[in-house]
Design a protein around this ligand. Structure first.
Ligand code: ZN
Length: 373
């Protein structure tokens, strides 16, 4: 078969058809931005209805690639807090030693009652034979300097190794540290694991595929690994009943009956809702039920840095209104899964606890008073 010049128009027509067939399949997922056609109430909330404590923020330097402060200007941060009725923020970036001092100077001491800095410990100490006791001593020094809690990041359980062994939260070598937090009367804010979807294959069925492809965060070991980490948290909370633990990001917000069980079993167990309004808000009936049953165990927090007014107001709308089907972010595309959320319409006595009373009790424990009133 030969293609003479008389056949060229035929080929062009065929190519045009093929292109239209390809286009008809639609835009690439990354470009897809459907606008809801629902005409439903929109209730803007400018200010939290109680003076809020944002229990999960990053104001330090260790997360910035160039070592600069994540919030460059404390004055404008305070203005933002005032505008949104955020009374205080917990800064989870204190580190230890000199860097802790710099955080305390810049925030807690310069603006008393507006900022509460949590410290970290240096896991490299675990390479030394007396490492477990050194961690406890480090925490005691940091609390004496003014740290109001201990932050543990998800590198525990995934990256931190000592003497050749991966260190899980329930590793015996960490027991003195958890005990020290209890005797010092400071809460441990513990971020362990990641969303369950990060432990699943990054394939077409993964509900957080775009995020996984962006961050390449997939964990080896699959869901078994996830359950091992969550189980390790439970072991620690059970073993150290005199220490108060706040699990960051709701620990396992994909499974609210598991969380209810944790609240039932362990009075020293709390959660923050930082960046899981998007999980809670897509199961609004179960989430509301959880807040109503355990109002004293959940604290407000956001996690995003630098903090934005638009995002704070989405959290307020989520907690305070009965609005339906709205975006969990102020960004043009939802980056953590393609769904919308529903407001929880929480009663005022629950909001008062979640925004304010629970966090203030956790921050005000002090030595000898290691469980919040
Ligand atoms: Zn965080």
């Amino acid at each position: 078969m030969q293609f003479g010049h008389r056949h060229v128009p035929m080929l062009v027509v065929e190519a045009g058809r093929a292109y239209r067939r390809w286009r008809a399949k639609g835009p690439r997922l990354g470009d897809y931005a459907p606008a809801s056609t629902l005409e439903v109430p929109v209730t803007p909330i400018q200010r939290a209805c109680f003076p809020a404590v944002n229990f999960h923020t990053h104001l330090g330097r260790w997360l910035s690639p160039d070592g600069s402060w994540t919030e460059q200007d404390v004055r404008s941060l305070l203005d933002l807090m005032d505008a949104c009725n955020v009374e205080s923020m917990v800064n989870l970036d204190g580190r230890w030693g000199r860097e802790l001092e710099e955080n305390l100077e810049r925030y807690d001491r310069a603006h008393p009652a507006r900022f509460f800095t949590f410290c970290h410990v240096d896991w490299r100490l675990l390479e030394r034979p007396e490492g477990p006791e050194l961690l406890a001593k480090s925490l005691e020094r940091s609390v004496a300097a003014g740290a109001r809690g201990l932050k543990v990041w998800k590198d525990i359980g995934t990256q931190v190794r000592a003497q050749g062994r991966l260190v899980l939260p329930d590793d015996e070598r960490l027991a003195p540290l958890w005990e020290a937090a209890g005797s010092q009367g400071v809460p441990v804010l513990m971020h362990v694991a990641d969303p369950v979807a990060f432990f699943s294959q990054a394939d077409r069925s993964n509900e957080r595929l775009e995020e996984l492809l962006r961050w390449r965060q997939q964990h080896r070991g699959g869901k078994e690994r996830f359950h091992k980490l969550i189980g390790a948290v439970e072991t620690v909370v059970a073993r150290h009943s005199g220490t108060t633990f706040v699990a960051a990001h709701g620990l396992y917000p994909e499974n609210l009956s598991y969380l209810a069980g944790m609240f039932e079993r362990y009075p020293n167990f709390f959660v923050d809702i930082a960046w899981v309004h998007l999980q809670l808000g897509r199961q609004p009936r179960a989430a509301r039920d959880l807040f109503l049953r355990y109002p004293g165990r959940i604290v407000f927090g956001t996690d995003v840095f630098p903090l934005r007014e638009g995002l704070l107001r989405i959290y307020f709308r989520f907690l305070e209104t009965a609005d339906e089907y709205f975006s969990y972010t102020d960004e043009p595309l939802p980056g953590s899964g393609r769904w919308n959320i529903y407001g929880l319409d929480l009663p005022s006595e629950v909001l008062e606890k979640v925004y304010s009373a629970n966090a203030n009790a956790l921050l005000g424990m002090g030595p000898g008073k290691n469980v919040p009133a």
